[in-house]
Design a protein around this ligand. Structure first.
Ligand code: SF4
Length: 233
């Protein structure tokens, strides 16, 4: 079996796995091409820059110092069986396993769901606007299947919505919220879109990016529907 391909590593974080000291492993490759991608250097599958066995040796040295290891990307689950095997080994070291995912691989998520402890799942836009944002027609359907897989596990998770004003209006956000509420989701995070470059084609104003966060009525409406809403500005 091919090794996992690792393109980056964050050795210590307190914000990528709720309430736990963690490291994040970034895997290369992603089936989507989101307009606001913050990791474009990780999108194409290629040989990773990190030796997975050296990373594993380093993880062994973190036993007792870190509590969780988060697999992110790119889209980590794109690496299928190779990732599942690697995560198994990391789990055997005693770490909690977290995954940040766009939900494109519900079958892989299902196969790994016994030993993944927590996921952060992206809900990127309304169903109708998904293709224009991510460049993939079936991404919304797959993400909903992944949500359903994870809801069946009964394990903790967070849905993340990044409010890019080019792709999400306030009405769109309310449509997404209604969908999540009706599916029984309890915890969400609403994230501000942070542009990585500003020019005439891609530019948005600070006011446009802040509109969801400055609207008290919108915030109250959304807060009232969930157990936990994190507003990440
Ligand atoms: S799913 Fe994530 S990694 Fe993939 S293109 Fe979108 S933002 Fe980038």
């Amino acid at each position: 079996m091919k090794d996992i391909q690792i393109g980056g590593l964050v050795s210590f974080t307190t914000i990528d796995y709720p309430g736990k000291l963690a490291a994040v492993i970034f895997l290369v490759g992603c089936p989507l091409r989101c307009a606001y991608c913050s990791n474009p250097h990780l999108l194409n599958v290629r040989d990773g820059e990190y030796d997975p066995e050296k990373v594993f040796d380093w993880l062994k040295s973190r036993v007792g110092k870190l509590e969780a290891i988060v697999f992110s990307g790119g889209e980590a689950l794109m690496q299928g069986d190779a990732l599942i095997e690697y995560m198994h080994r990391v789990k055997d070291l005693g770490f909690l396993i977290g995954v940040h995912t766009n939900g494109f691989y519900p079958e892989t998520l299902k196969r790994a769901s016994d030993f993944i402890d927590w996921i952060g799942l992206d809900y990127k836009a309304t169903r109708i606007k998904y293709p224009e944002l991510v460049g993939q027609n079936i991404a919304h359907d797959n993400m909903i299947k992944s949500l359903s897989v994870w809801l069946d596990t009964g394990k903790d998770f967070e849905i993340r919505i990044t409010c890019d004003p080019r792709h999400i209006t306030k009405l769109d956000l309310l449509e997404i919220i209604q969908d999540l509420h009706s599916r029984g989701v309890k915890k969400i995070a609403i994230q501000k879109y942070i542009p990585h470059f500003e020019d005439n084609e891609h530019g948005t104003t600070p006011e446009q990016r802040a509109q969801y966060f400055n609207d008290e009525k919108l915030r109250e409406d959304i807060n009232s529907k969930f157990e936990s809403v994190i507003w990440r500005e």
